[in-house]
Design a protein around this ligand. Structure first.
Ligand SMILES: [Zn+2]
Length: 359
């Protein structure tokens, strides 16, 4: 059985000590989420004078799940039907509190049975199944406000200080000048000499024209491949223009284009370059890029609710993206995953642009 893990907060924030009433109380945080446990758990920092310490008991973490129907079928098990119609036989030992069709079920059981529970209300129970912490853990810090770049900055780099970038040079060896120009315009692809000469800026602009970030990458003008030697040439505009307090909050690359065609399906690939190339080859689709394989996140696809979405994971990433797609489907997204690249015998990392350009 899993027990939950917590530690005293390592930050500098102190609360009022329930014992000596001085602002010297360090609270416990849940390791997994960084959220505070309820305010009764903590240790007073005035060790010699007060010494108050109330550690949270060890226990099991449970999540609240609502069912369509929930019946006891023996002294060992419940038969439960979930809201999507699946039927489970749940051992009574894993159901720690029940009110009608809602109950707290151990995380261990939920995890091992592929339930969706993250984000649900949680509660802790002692090994004797007594509820020990009745409140939901509270978020430790307010989510920081995301920073945005101004459209003026984009305009300055794109129009006023034009620099030819190596990716453009490469694309012009494959496509016509008109095609490349229009693709650059569609995505506001910008050349820059920040960090490296003739690097490319991929602006992350969303559907409300907010500029979340500018990712700078260097390409080889002959092969169109990213320069990764002597080191991986990636940096950000907010570093280049020295905004140390910039709170990077990414959006999918190309998100500003979803307003172009309301009926166009959305395709998501990993690499920004591939999205740009595919927009020339298959213009009837809006091409977006996550920028990295980990960056396929529910939070980032929110503007795409209601749209038809197709994911094109790179070779080797199919399973991982499919798992995420299942989660997104459960949340109401119309999303499919293409196994086009997975079924080829190319090497790991092979992507759609490689496939089209190889033809
Ligand atoms: Zn105290």
């Amino acid at each position: 059985m899993q027990t939950f893990k917590y530690n005293l907060d390592k930050g500098s924030k102190k609360f009022i000590c329930p014992n000596c009433h001085k602002k010297t109380f360090v609270r416990y945080v849940e390791n997994e989420t960084g959220n505070y446990l309820p305010d009764t758990y903590g240790r007073c920092d005035r060790e010699s004078k007060c010494n108050f310490h109330n550690a949270p008991p060890k226990g099991k973490k449970c999540f609240l799940i609502s069912f369509l129907s929930f019946k006891s079928i023996s002294d060992k098990a419940y038969k439960a039907t979930t809201e999507d119609g699946s039927i489970y036989f749940i051992p009574k030992s894993q159901v720690l509190e029940r009110t009608g069709k809602e109950c707290f079920i151990t995380e261990w059981y939920l995890k091992s049975n592929d339930f969706r529970y993250l984000g649900n209300i949680s509660k802790y129970f002692t090994p004797e199944n007594e509820p020990v912490i009745n409140t939901v853990t509270t978020a430790k810090v307010e989510p920081e406000k995301p920073s945005y770049h101004s459209l003026k900055l984009v305009d300055r780099l794109y129009n006023e200080e034009p620099v030819k970038d190596n990716l453009k040079t490469y694309l012009e060896t494959i496509f016509s000048e008109v095609e490349v120009f229009s693709a650059m315009q569609n995505y506001y692809l910008t050349g820059t000499n920040y960090y490296w000469n003739n690097a490319t800026v991929f602006w992350q602009m969303d559907h409300k024209e907010r500029v979340h970030a500018g990712k700078i990458m260097l390409y080889d003008p002959l092969t169109g491949k990213r320069v990764k030697e002597p080191y991986n040439c990636i940096n950000w505009i907010h570093n280049a223009i020295k905004e140390p307090d910039f709170n990077l909050n990414q959006c999918l690359f190309g998100m500003h284009r979803i307003n172009d065609g309301h009926n166009k399906p959305i395709a998501i690939v990993e690499s920004e370059k591939t999205a740009v190339i595919m927009s020339i080859i298959v213009p009837d689709v809006v091409w977006l890029a996550t920028g990295s394989k980990q960056n396929l996140k529910v939070k980032l696809i929110q503007p795409l609710i209601g749209r038809k979405i197709i994911l094109y994971p790179d070779k080797g990433e199919f399973k991982d993206w499919q798992k995420k797609a299942e989660l997104m489907k459960g949340l109401g997204y119309k999303i499919e995953v293409s196994d086009l690249l997975e079924t080829t015998d190319n090497k790991r990392g092979f992507d759609l642009a490689d496939m089209y350009l190889n033809k």
